[in-house]
Design a protein around this ligand. Structure first.
Ligand SMILES: [Zn+2]
Length: 164
């Protein structure tokens, strides 16, 4: 999607939080499609789905698309993508909502994977989010702000920070 920027410029805890929302929306999308299929399947033969249910479905759908655009924007901002790409991807959300969400999620999880943080079905764990905070040890989450030496080994786990 975007050119890789320095990880230190990115809002890493923000990526972890916002990708959780993107993941939730992917789940909501699947649920919405399954509901739609069930409604069509359960409709009496030859009969249409009740108009009120059809309308409710479209309202849900609209809310879903809007939520996707908002969650996507937050995630792209956290990844420090340029304004041009953010606008472009937000517009692409309208016709290709699901695909854009998947692309964003995989982009964000790739960034975290490079940093050694796994994201599962429930996103990133709280302990992992702490490790992503600025000034924390990336292995154990120790708050390094009190250390005089920028590149001193972590007192907890002996990890030496890497400069990107
Ligand atoms: Zn450590």
């Amino acid at each position: 999607m975007a050119k890789a920027k320095s990880f230190e410029d990115m809002d890493l805890p923000g990526i972890a939080v916002h990708m959780k929302w993107v993941l939730a929306l992917i789940g909501a999308y699947v649920l919405l499609i399954a509901t739609n299929i069930a409604l069509v399947a359960l409709a009496p033969p030859g009969g249409a789905v009740a108009p009120a249910i059809g309308l409710a479905f479209w309202v849900l759908w609209l809310g879903f698309v809007l939520a996707s655009i908002v969650a996507g924007m937050f995630l792209m901002l956290a990844m420090r993508m340029g304004i041009g790409s953010i606008v472009l991807w937000s517009i692409l959300m309208l016709p290709f909502n699901f695909l854009v969400l998947i692309a964003m999620y995989s982009q964000a999880s790739t960034i975290l994977k490079v940093l050694g943080v796994k994201s599962g079905f429930f996103g990133v764990s709280r302990a992992d989010r702490e490790r992503l905070m600025p000034g924390r040890c990336r292995r154990c989450g120790y708050d390094r702000s009190g250390l005089a030496e920028m590149l001193a080994a972590c007192p907890e786990c002996a990890r030496v920070p890497i400069v990107w």
